[in-house]
Design a protein around this ligand. Sequence first.
Ligand code: CMP
Length: 143
Amino acid sequence: MERTFVMVKPDGVQRNLVGEVIRRFESKGFTLVGLKLMSVSRELAEQHYDVHRERPFFAGLVEFITSSPVVATVWEGEGVVASARKIIGATNPLTAELGTIRGDYGVSIGRNLIHGSDAIETAQREISLWFKDEELVSWKPSL
Ligand code: CMP
């Protein structure tokens, strides 16, 4: 079954949006299979954002992600990678549609509250970067 990685960034945690993020994914019908509050090491932040290494905002991005705790989650369900991107909204909260998390709660591209994997292969890479196998719980809702 398809899985994706979703991280509530330091700004999302500090603005008490963890519950709202989880609620939106649960309400949509996806299954939570991994969840942890954690401080992010510089090494992990740099690996996670490796694709942006040459961008002018890279150093600031790493600084920000390591500045205070994040909530790392893994969600499971059919089409969850693309659907999570829709729930999260466009990278820039100012242009993200209302009704998306970034569109409803954000105003700054550098403080866009949340990250979601952009493709199935990226999701696999990010999940294995952030979670050990034993931290993920395989289960199916039965009710
Ligand atoms: P995210 O989905 O986590 O992926 C890369 C992040 O880089 C992105 O969200 C933004 O928070 C950040 N980012 C992208 N473009 C810029 C920019 N121009 N200035 C600052 N941060 C940016």
